[in-house]
Each structure stands twice: as structure tokens, then as C-alpha cells.
Design a protein around this ligand. Structure first.
Ligand SMILES: Nc1nc2c(ncn2[C@@H]2O[C@H](COP(=O)(O)OP(=O)(O)O)[C@@H](O)[C@H]2O)c(=O)[nH]1
Ligand SMILES: [Mg+2]
Length: 365
């Protein structure tokens, strides 16, 4: 994609210049009247400033679509204002396709607003570039975006980049619910929130199992929640003990399983998880990630857990971060939906489900 700003005395002159520079298939993205200063700024001369774009990808797509259509008309392949009239290129240097920072000074106001909004979300560079490319494409296709409708369009495009809605917001429905993730991510607290909701809102019969036997405090923490909810807890050190606990809780609706909060870098932790917990169809498994973590760290956790079947993510500590850009990037790249988000330390209140659209709303807040 090539974008360029041209200034000329008239639209005719601008069109000639655009045609010479970009060819007949270039389309006008934006045009406005300006006053060009001459003679040390003393004289004002009316002129036009035109931003034109030549999108090879888009043209190829349109040409292919046209070729597939039954032959009726042989009109121009693009519907935006075409160059009919010519000029003095102000930015002769050409930029690499997709390098939007290079286009920044020539983008129309509405698209600059989109770029600013995207910057504020903190999404990673590749998502930013692909989103800008799509919004630019749409702008060319639809004959321009106003500053009013650019936000809606941006949110639509961001929404499309996320995993589909059916991968989000799944209620707790399986017999076994297991949470894993790195130390301090909020597994135990979130498990207590989920268990409490099942008991208090749905009157389910619930029990707990913990395999987090590395720290006394971890067991104590879950024991406190279990006592508060008057639910049984089994502490399992081995696979056999886990099996026994499962038999013990055969009559229960949901068994909430807490796992060791060891460093996610330790492959041993993942191997032990796989060995202890039978990942079968009656298990809902969640990878718990703190929204306050850095994008690269989250990505590493996701990669580490890729050998474990993860149904959904749970993002914790949403209340502790101003930017959801990293969370968005992880969701967009992994294609796994977010089952829940948590936004505080209160059990059971601070947990909720979220749809992709609501999440994008939170991202762009
Ligand atoms: N602000 C905030 N703190 C949270 C949230 N979820 C968990 N925490 C806190 O994070 C800390 C670690 O939580 P914990 O459940 O022990 O993490 P685990 O090591 O993964 O089991 C505790 O102090 C929790 O109260 C949340 O959504 N928001
Ligand atoms: Mg814990």
C-alpha cells in the first residue's frame, strides 16, 4: 500500500500529479482546501491538499472478485473517488507497505484518531499494524471515515481479531474444574470465587482438591475458603491420593482443583500436572494469567502450558492495570477465549464473564 500527500493549486492539478505518481488506480482518501503562503508568508494562495492511496492488495482482491462475477458492467474496480483531474508531490519518499508510522503525517484526521486510540490500548505492534491496514482498507472501500464513525469501525476490527464469542463466557458445567498458572497469578482466590458462586447462586454440591503441597500457606489458604463454604477439602500429594479423592467426591456436582503455584518456567511442574490430573472430557481447565504481567511473560506462560489442554483463560487483577493491550494481544494470538476476568480480592464478588465486544469496550476505555 502506498499513501502520499499532494498539494496543488486545484483538484485538476492534484489529480494529474496523483495519476503520474501512483497511476490510474489510485484513490483519494481525503482532500481539503488549504492556504499556501508565498513571499515569506505575506501572500496567501488557495490550494488543495489531497491524500491518495494505491493499494495493490485491495486492487488484486477486487480484480479477482470482478473476474469471478458474471460480466455485466465494466466499471472502475474501486468505488472511492477516482483520480480524474493533477500536481507537486510533497512527500516524494515512499514508505514500506504496512509501516504506518511512516504514513502518520499524511493520514487524515479520522485515521490519525484511530492510530492514537490504538496506541493508548497498548496492543502489540503487529496487531496495531494489521488493524491500521484494515481500517485504511475500509476507509478506501467506503469512500472515507468520519471522526465520529472511526471509533466504532476500529472496535469492530479489534473484535474480529479476537477468538469468536462462543469461546468466551462458558459457565461452570463440568464435574472437575482445574486452575493452573504461575505463582501469585490468583489461582486459589479465583477458585474460591468460582466455587462460592456455584454453591451460593446455583446451590451445587461442591468439594475441593489441592495438589499445591509445596507451601503450607497455600493449603491453609484453601482450607479457610473450604471451611467458610462448609465444603470438604482433600490434600493430594500423589496420583493415587488424587484418584482416591475423586472416588470420595463421586456424588458431588463440582470438584474445584487447585494446583501448585510453582514457577512456570519449571517444566517439571507441567509434567507433574499432566501426570496427576486426568485431563478428560469432564474437566474444565483454565489457565490463570495476571493482567498486570508483561506481554512477553504472559506469552511464555501460554507457550509453556501449550502441552496441557486449556479450555479457557482467566485474567485476574484487571483492577490493577490501566492497559489491557497485553491481554488483548494474548487473546488475539492464542485463539483461546476468556472464561472469566477478576477485578478485586473480594470473594466471591470480584469475578465476571465478559464478551469479546465488552472486552474491546474495556480495552478502548
Ligand atoms: N487486586 C486483585 N488482587 C487479586 C485478584 N485475584 C487475586 N488477587 C490477589 O493476588 C494474590 C495472589 O493470589 P493467590 O490466589 O494466592 O494466587 P496463586 O498463587 O495463583 O494461588 C493474593 O493477594 C490475592 O488476593 C484480583 O482480581 N485483583
Ligand atoms: Mg495458590
Amino acid at each position: 500500500m502506498k499513501i502520499k500527500k499532494f498539494t496543488a493549486a486545484s483538484m485538476q492539478e492534484a489529480a494529474l500529479l496523483i495519476r503520474k505518481e501512483l497511476g490510474n488506480e489510485a484513490v483519494i482518501l481525503n482532500s481539503k482546501k488549504i492556504n499556501k503562503r508565498k513571499w515569506f508568508g505575506l501572500l496567501k494562495k488557495p490550494a488543495v491538499e489531497v491524500i491518495a492511496v494505491l493499494d495493490q492488495d485491495f486492487l488484486e482482491k477486487k480484480t479477482a472478485e470482478k473476474a469471478a462475477e458474471p460480466k455485466q458492467t465494466s466499471k472502475s474496480p474501486v468505488s472511492s473517488p477516482k483520480i480524474e483531474e493533477g500536481i507537486t508531490p510533497q512527500m516524494p519518499a515512499q514508505s514500506e507497505p504496512g509501516d504506518f508510522s511512516a504514513y502518520q503525517s499524511v493520514l487524515p484526521e479520522s485515521l490519525r484518531k484511530a492510530e492514537l486510540l490504538l496506541d493508548e490500548t497498548g496492543v502489540n505492534e503487529s496487531i496495531k499494524t494489521s488493524t491500521m491496514k484494515k481500517i485504511l482498507q475500509f476507509s478506501v472501500e467506503s469512500g472515507g471515515l468520519t471522526e465520529e464513525n472511526v471509533v466504532g469501525k476500529l472496535q469492530d476490527i479489534l473484535c474480529e481479531a479476537l477468538p469468536p464469542a462462543n469461546k468466551w463466557q462458558e459457565p461452570i458445567h463440568s464435574k472437575y474444574i482445574v486452575l493452573f498458572g504461575s505463582t501469585g497469578a490468583g489461582k486459589t482466590t479465583t477458585l474460591a470465587k468460582l466455587a462460592a458462586s456455584s454453591l451460593l447462586e446455583k446451590q451445587k454440591k461442591i468439594a475441593f482438591i489441592t495438589t499445591d503441597t509445596y507451601r503450607i500457606a497455600a493449603v491453609e489458604q484453601l482450607k479457610t475458603y473450604a471451611e467458610l463454604l462448609q465444603a470438604p477439602l482433600e490434600v493430594c500429594y500423589t496420583k493415587e491420593e488424587f484418584q482416591r479423592a475423586k472416588e470420595l467426591f463421586a456424588e458431588y456436582d463440582h470438584v474445584f482443583i487447585d494446583t501448585a503455584g510453582r514457577n512456570f518456567r519449571e517444566q517439571q511442574y507441567i509434567d507433574e500436572l499432566k501426570e496427576t490430573i486426568p485431563f478428560e472430557s469432564s474437566i474444565q481447565s483454565f489457565l490463570v494469567l495476571s493482567a498486570t504481567a508483561k506481554y512477553e511473560d504472559m506469552k511464555q506462560v501460554v507457550r509453556r502450558f501449550s502441552s496441557v489442554p486449556v479450555n479457557q483463560f482467566i485474567f485476574t487483577k484487571i483492577d490493577e492495570t490501566a492497559s489491557l493491550g497485553s491481554v488483548f494481544s494474548i487473546l488475539a494470538e492464542s485463539k483461546i477465549g476468556a472464561g472469566f476476568i477478576t477485578n478485586g480480592q473480594n470473594v466471591p464478588e470480584d469475578i465476571q464473564t465478559v464478551s469479546p465486544r465488552e472486552f474491546v469496550g474495556m480495552l478502548c476505555r
